[in-house]
Write a protein that binds this ligand. Structure first.
Ligand code: SAH
Ligand code: SF4
Length: 415
């Protein structure tokens, strides 16, 4: 049987992390949730449950296909698994989804879901439809231990890493909601397995790890989840269509390139130590030079082209002509054939910044463009439902853990 212990994982930052359930934790009814597991992990569970090695191998392959390629949530639908075997599976396993607490649609078509884990933790995911693509913005943690001063998620005090099941579960739920599972039986031939989500008319074409949390502070779970998402026998999303955004966890960047291999986005946001120390505090630990060197080394020199630098436009803070010129100088110094995404600051209640004026952002963009570096201005999406970059923050965790414990001690329900 899988380990039932709850373990506390070390997460750097200012607040005590909430204990993280192990990836394979039995539910209250004793059954195990297969969501997020790889074929070898499913095989091991089947063997533990009593199947012989050969049967476990075959069944694991079939289950993986049904779960991630077909999107089924019940064993009865698995027509190539013997009828007598299906209740045996259903007695021991489930194929779960995160619980949807609330689903909202923005006037621009952006959708946001508030999700809840089995242990009552809330997190969000956002779907952004465009003319030529559909991007799912996936969370890696509940809250974030880092405290970037312009980011609403960074003000959440309660933090827990999401499990691979909770991360993959977001992609599965989005495909459920968009009605994008293949229909029909198994006898569709081998070719269908080769279909990747490219020009086949599906809405969900891209994934960005840009929801709540710092993905490189939850490296193993994010890696395992993305491997499942990329597996050609299942969801089969190409690594070129997945982007992981980091605030600059330098020691994990090489492993991200080697073990996941997806596109990297780096939240640079400032070009001087003074300003970056203030607005992206992880800079005090890993400075700009170290960060840009890690970018230059990412996935080998030839791959550094895949890096996108994100730069939030904060009025009178990081948006001067000098800042733009210094940005160009730094990117050239480290020979980064990079792209810069200029993100207009998305406001939230109590935020200590304003967004730069539109003509300031255009001027900044022009300076970078004229130096030969692409610097598009990102159109904010879903602002009206607080779904835009940096606006994610769940109401249910606005109190700190200590506050919740105090509230519980005096008999008040946490708000
Ligand atoms: N923790 C990761 C990924 C999540 S944040 C990271 O920091 O990279 C995704 C992007 O949104 C980051 O570039 C982040 O800096 C940016 N962002 C955060 N708050 C924002 C805000 N209020 N307005 C615009 N962009 C913001
Ligand atoms: Fe965390 Fe990223 Fe927000 Fe910074 S910008 S607080 S790293 S989620």
């Amino acid at each position: 049987m899988a380990d039932t212990m709850i373990t506390s994982m070390p997460i750097a930052g200012h607040f005590d992390p909430v204990p993280v359930p192990r990836a394979i934790t039995p539910r209250a009814d004793g059954r195990l949730d297969l969501m997020g597991l790889s074929t070898p992990q499913i095989r091991a569970l089947l063997a533990e449950a009593g199947l012989d090695a050969k049967a476990a191998k075959l069944r694991a392959k079939q289950l993986f296909h049904w779960i991630y390629h077909r999107g089924v949530t019940g064993f009865d639908a698995m027509t190539d698994i013997a009828k007598t075997m299906r209740p045996w599976l259903a007695d021991r396993f489930v194929i779960g989804r995160p619980t949807v607490v609330e689903a909202q649609v923005s006037e621009d078509g952006t959708r946001k879901w508030l999700l809840r884990s089995d242990d009552g933790q809330d997190y969000e995911m956002v779907f952004i439809p465009d003319a030529d693509r559909g991007t799912l913005c996936v969370s890696s943690q509940v809250g974030c231990t880092l405290n970037c001063t312009f980011c609403h998620t960074g003000t959440m005090r309660l933090v827990r890493n999401l499990t691979p099941g909770e991360i993959v579960g977001q992609v599965m739920l989005a495909r459920d909601a968009l009605g994008e599972w293949p229909r029909g039986n198994m006898d569709v031939g081998e070719n269908e397995d080769a279909v990747a989500y490219t020009a086949d008319g599906r809405m969900l074409t891209n994934i960005v790890m840009m929801g709540m949390g710092e993905p490189l502070y939850n490296f193993e779970s994010v890696r395992d989840a993305l491997k499942v998402v990329m597996d050609s026998a299942g969801l089969a999303l190409s690594k070129r269509r997945i982007t992981l955004s980091t605030s600059g966890v330098v020691p994990m960047m090489a492993r991200c390139g080697a073990e996941i291999g997806v596109n990297l986005a780096v939240s640079l946001h400032a070009v001087t130590k003074e300003v970056r120390d203030e607005i992206v505090p992880i800079n005090r630990k890993y400075g700009i030079e170290e960060l840009l060197q890690a970018c230059a080394d990412y996935g080998g020199a030839s791959n550094s082209r895949r890096i996108t630098f994100e730069y939030v436009m904060l009025k009178d803070k990081n948006d001067s002509d000098d800042d733009a010129r210094e940005l160009v100088r730094l990117l050239k110094q480290y020979r980064l054939p990079a792209k810069v995404n200029l993100i207009p600051f998305n406001p939230w209640d109590g935020a200590p910044y304003e967004c730069s004026a539109p003509d300031r952002i255009r001027k900044f963009s022009n300076i970078v463009f004229e130096a030969g570096i692409s610097a598009p201005i990102r159109t904010p999406r879903g602002r009206d439902i607080d779904a835009a970059c940096g606006q994610l923050k769940t109401a249910a965790v606005k109190q700190s853990r200590a506050e919740r414990e105090r509230a519980a001690a005096i008999g008040n329900e946490p708000v």
